[in-house]
Write a protein that binds this ligand. Structure first.
Ligand code: NAG
Ligand code: NAG
Ligand code: NAG
Ligand code: NAG
Ligand code: NAG
Ligand code: NAG
Ligand code: NAG
Ligand code: NAG
Ligand code: NAG
Ligand code: NAG
Ligand code: NAG
Length: 542
């Protein structure tokens, strides 16, 4: 029996007349019904819902302001609580995808519904419903859903000897979760969504491109940040740094303070390439950094210089990765991210996702050792491509018909090199035989300078990409609302305005703003004017 509730549907057609301008635009589907109607409709939803291959655990009303306890969320997800800022109906369920695989999912349905549906993604190799994005997007009026991508927790071990769990992780959970999320939305509100969106970063960015490549009919708009595309090659690359650095007792290892010296040297050589020395490389591809000058000479002080072996490590780290045949596996880590990378990729321990992906998905071999990672592994990972996770198809013809894609990548990303994103853009351009102007019609890519992996960094990194990276809901400064404005009003973004707050603290005020440019253009200082102001910069061709 499908849920059909005409009274509720009628209530939902009442428009919300007094939306405050600082909040996202509300459309005609909002309700000013009393909390109790919403509450009781929500409470009974679980018993009415019928989901194919699904078990509905519960549906519960969660009032705005609730610090929601998440006791079932695996401890490795490090998210035991979530602050809910809108009145929502929270639905929890399990979906079986095969006899021995399935996923948990939640749908959050706000009382202030705008008629928009949104799917959230995941991160790393997890296994964690992205509650932050559910909270963020439902507060903006979207009915939102998210899955645990087929397993619980951050480890890749559940993928071991189970190709079905791998398939859930690669594409099936996000696809199936979207179909079911839309069904729940319709059953609850008594009408279908008007527009459908996808919003994710990192592995979530890869899931966005998976959708764009294989099931774009599900989404009118896709926001894909720092995408983990060319996934097998990315994991090979992430694992390759341990070979370059060795452990922290190795003579090839470069310490955190030494990476700070390297970073200062990068800035010395490259900061002015964008016309202004502010510690931010607007466009790292321009920087052909050479660390040779840092090598210690007879008289120099070893705390301010590097040994010949360490200089070689720096060169290796900032160079593309090739296999033994000379094929490119993955582009270089872009210069500028040295300090952020020092504690993650360059910390002198194997990268855990590489170990897990190779062990449990590529080889089904729990004894495989990351210390011996080599060219054969790079080739095997790319060839076996478990679950079709590579996500590198260049033909987006279907997406061109169905969707708008907003692709962004932080240019200080220390986990997934931002150099891989323009490489994908060019791959699409060449595969489809389109010019950038033609791609602009449905696919736009922005390099967000001075921004780390999905957020943070030295630059104007606040673009509305997460609940703690929001200045306003103005589409010019908020990527979530920018995709809505493009899809629904045809206002395609030319720039994404980012904000840097003093000490990254909003209450301390704005330090500077920058209008991040649409690829292939990048920001260049005009040569005069306050560099903290957007208008002192211009988007120029590379
Ligand atoms: C609904 O949205 C309006 C306008 O943004 C806001 O004032 C109100 O508090 C919201 N109500 C709930 C229950 O979230
Ligand atoms: C909503 O319903 C729950 C039980 O389902 C109840 O505990 C709670 O007090 C209700 N809240 C409101 C605002 O009616
Ligand atoms: C939610 O509750 C937990 C446990 O009491 C607390 O640590 C956390 O700070 C709370 N979060 C918010 C946003 O209030
Ligand atoms: C994941 O955790 C949820 C909530 O505790 C549980 O219902 C589900 O069975 C778990 N899934 C797996 C595959 O362990
Ligand atoms: C939580 O995740 C970790 C790492 O993925 C896993 O080892 C553990 O079994 C999970 N715990 C539960 C209760 O599912
Ligand atoms: C891993 O094991 C599973 C289960 O036996 C199998 O289906 C899958 O093909 C194996 N994967 C590889 C890459 O050999
Ligand atoms: C070196 O690595 C070991 C093992 O990972 C760790 O315990 C130790 O604290 C590290 N030393 C430094 C100086 O970082
Ligand atoms: C090397 O430089 C450090 C920091 O500037 C200083 O503390 C140390 O005394 C110097 N050592 C020598 C041998 O000059
Ligand atoms: C890579 O390592 C494996 C064993 O770990 C070995 O069999 C293979 O020959 C190596 N490949 C290369 C190119 O060294
Ligand atoms: C991945 O790496 C292999 C070499 O191991 C290379 O042949 C292939 O072109 C790479 N794929 C992408 C998408 O970069
Ligand atoms: C910003 O942070 C720095 C270092 O933590 C501190 O010295 C400074 O006082 C802070 N500035 C403001 C305005 O709080």
């Amino acid at each position: 029996m499908k849920f059909d509730h005409p009274a509720w549907a009628a209530l939902l057609s009442t428009s919300l007349a007094h939306a405050s301008p600082s909040k996202p635009q509300q459309s005609s589907c909002s309700t000013d019904t009393t909390p109790n109607d919403f509450n009781s409709t929500c409470a009974s939803l679980a018993s009415r819902l019928e989901v194919e291959n699904g078990i509905v655990y519960f549906s519960e009303f969660v009032a705005a302001g609730t610090n929601l306890s998440l006791p079932d969320n695996n401890a490795t997800c490090v998210q035991p609580y979530m602050l809910v800022t809108a009145d929502i109906c929270r639905v929890s369920l399990h979906i079986s995808t095969t006899d021995h695989s399935g996923f948990n999912m939640e749908a959050w349905l706000p009382s202030n519904w705008t008629g928009r549906y949104l799917s959230t993604g995941n991160g790393g190799l997890n296994g964690c419903i992205k509650y932050q994005d559910l909270a963020y997007t439902t507060a903006a009026g979207f009915a939102a859903a998210g899955t645990n991508n087929g397993h619980n927790g951050t480890s890749g071990e559940p993928l071991y000897n189970n190709a079905d769990i791998v398939e859930d992780f690669a594409y099936r959970a996000i696809y199936t979760g979207t179909v079911i999320g839309k069904q729940i939305t319709k059953d609850f509100y008594g009408k279908s969504h008007d527009k459908s969106y996808y919003f994710g970063c990192s592995t979530g960015g890869r899931q966005g491109f998976k959708a764009a490549q294989d099931f774009s009919e599900e989404f009118d708009g896709i926001v894909a940040g720092a995408p983990a595309i060319s996934f097998n090659n990315l994991t090979s690359w992430s694992g390759s740094f341990f070979r370059a650095t060795g452990t922290n007792t190795s003579d090839t290892f470069v310490t955190v303070p030494q990476w700070a010296i390297v970073h200062a040297d990068v800035l010395k050589q490259c900061d002015l390439l964008d016309g202004y020395a502010d510690g931010i490389l607007e466009y790292p591809p321009l920087c052909n950094y050479d660390p040779s000058g840092l090598q210690c000479t007879g008289s120099s002080n070893a705390s301010t210089c590097l040994s010949a072996k360490q200089v070689q490590t720096v060169k290796t780290v900032l160079s593309p990765l090739y296999n033994d045949k000379g094929d490119l596996v993955y582009p270089r880590l872009q210069p500028g991210a040295e300090i952020l990378a020092a504690v993650i990729l360059l910390g002198g321990t194997p990268f855990p996702y590489t170990t897990d992906w190779l062990r449990y998905a590529v080889y089904n071999d729990t004894t495989w050792s990351p210390a011996n990672l080599n060219s054969t592994d790079f080739d095997n990972a790319a060839r076996i491509d478990p679950g079709g996770i590579q996500t590198w198809k260049g033909d987006l013809s279907e997406a061109k018909k169905n969707s708008k894609i907003l692709h962004w990548h932080g240019a200080m990303d220390a986990i997934i090199s931002s150099a891989n994103s323009p490489r994908y853009y060019e791959h699409v351009r060449e595969t489809m035989g389109l010019s950038s102007d033609e791609l602009d019609e449905f696919y736009r890519f922005f390099t967000v300078s001075g921004t780390g992996h999905c957020g943070g960094g030295d630059g104007a990194h606040v673009i509305g990409q997460a609940s703690d990276e929001v200045t306003t809901y103005d589409p010019k400064e908020n990527i979530l609302m920018a995709i809505v404005d493009w899809v629904e009003n045809g206002n395609a973004p030319e720039t994404l305005i980012g904000t840097k707050y003093v000490n990254d603290t909003q209450s301390l005020g704005v330090k500077f703003q920058r209008a991040h440019c649409k690829y292939p253009k990048h920001n260049q200082y005009k040569g005069e004017g306050d560099a903290n102001l957007i208008e002192s910069w211009e988007c120029v061709d590379a």
